[in-house]
Ligand binder design. Structure first.
Ligand SMILES: NC(=O)c1ccc[n+]([C@@H]2O[C@H](COP(=O)([O-])OP(=O)(O)OC[C@H]3O[C@@H](n4cnc5c(N)ncnc54)[C@H](OP(=O)(O)O)[C@@H]3O)[C@@H](O)[C@H]2O)c1
Length: 323
């Protein structure tokens, strides 16, 4: 079958290790099943893998891709939850299983014609969501859902700041936060992306690092070092920053004086449970909110799609289609 792989690790030039070509059919352990992939979205995670973050060279070549929508063995339309973990080992939450992994870390990922997954990782795809839209939900959108509705402590009417407007998680945060009844502010380095973010539901958009009209209840961080200081300064006393990514660097100064003096909370968040994905799908159905798609590309044109992701000039999700 045709698949997109990380063939070697290159921290400085991640696309140098990108492979496109035929791979063996997936192996299907007991309790697992095969999905015929119709659409799979790219995530920054795929670039991290090519850079050697979260994977070691002995696991290469590895099929990339953390999420997908497609057809199961009985011909049903399904969404693939990309977290491989045991809820019982995580106190009822598979994201807290110490042995948790994402598809493409230990087991082959979704950027392929077929992928093997545990049966419990399949959820029904509603007819009202296209395969392309559904393929955006299990990683970036699920991460945004958990950040906002499980981890943030926000209540309807509160103000939330989303750092970095254009990213896959950030666009999901804006759309979900608006539909969830929050006042949504967003930052971006780019004027056009600020304008897009307002069209996509933000109440206001600011230049990265700009002084805000007032302090906010919570900040949603995926940018990391480039925006961390601003996130700390933006919070009200007692405010909370929820962080699920650090694209621009993971070790900014911690600003500890501000953390204790203003009694701030720094909360990590990663992916989401199968149950949260099920609720996210229902949320999209009931509110009419749909993932914002930057572009779609045939699986065989994956290199162009990866170049677009790596250049960072995106607004929304990049999706690969197969079959
Ligand atoms: N923990 C999890 O479960 C989880 C799940 C999904 C993603 N993530 C992480 O979250 C991060 C975002 O993921 P994504 O897929 O949404 O990535 P992405 O689409 O590549 O988004 C990156 C965004 O960061 C913003 N940014 C601002 N300043 C930047 C700078 N100096 N350098 C680079 N980018 C900057 C950009 O927004 P502007 O250009 O508009 O400023 C850009 O649109 C990644 O680090 C990813 O690994 C984590």
């Amino acid at each position: 079958m045709f698949a997109i792989t990380a063939d070697r690790i290159d921290p400085d030039d991640p696309l140098a290790g990108l492979g496109l070509g035929d791979r063996p059919e997936p192996q299907v352990p007991d309790g697992w099943t095969t999905v015929q992939v119709r659409a799979a979205s790219l995530n920054h995670h795929d670039l991290w893998t090519l850079r050697g973050v979260g994977i070691t060279a002995d696991r290469l070549p590895m099929i990339l891709g953390c999420d997908a929508a497609g057809m199961d063995e009985e011909g049903r339309e399904v969404v693939v939850h990309g977290v491989i973990g045991d809820p019982a080992a995580g106190g009822g939450d598979e994201t807290l299983d110490p042995r948790r992994s994402l598809l493409s870390e230990v087991h082959p990922g979704t950027l392929a014609e077929r992928v093997a997954v545990p049966r419990r990782n399949l959820l029904p795809k509603p007819a009202g969501l296209s395969f392309v839209e559904a393929a955006c939900l299990p990683t970036a959108w699920l991460t945004a859902y958990r950040m906002l509705f499980t981890r943030s402590g926000l209540r309807p009417g509160d103000t939330v700041l989303v750092q970095g407007a254009g990213g896959g998680v950030a666009t999901a945060l804006v759309a979900l936060a608006r539909a969830g009844g929050f006042r949504v502010w967003v930052t971006s380095r780019d004027e056009a992306r600020r304008a897009h973010a307002v069209e996509a539901g933000a109440h206001a958009a600011f230049e990265s690092g700009a002084r805000l009209p007032e302090r906010v209840d919570a900040v949603m961080e995926t940018v990391g070092a480039a925006t961390w200081e601003h996130s700390m300064r933006a919070l009200k006393p007692g405010g909370r920053v929820v962080i699920s990514g650090a694209t621009s660097g993971a070790n900014p100064p911690a600003d500890l004086n501000r953390v204790f003096f203003l009694q701030l909370s720094v909360v990590g968040s990663t992916m989401g449970t199968r149950d949260e994905l099920s609720r996210l799908i229902a949320f999209c159905e009931t509110t009419g909110v749909r993932p914002l798609v930057d572009s779609t590309h045939d699986l065989r044109d994956a290199r162009a799609a990866f170049e677009r992701l790596a250049a960072g000039d995106v607004f929304g999700k990049i999706v690969l289609t197969a079959g």
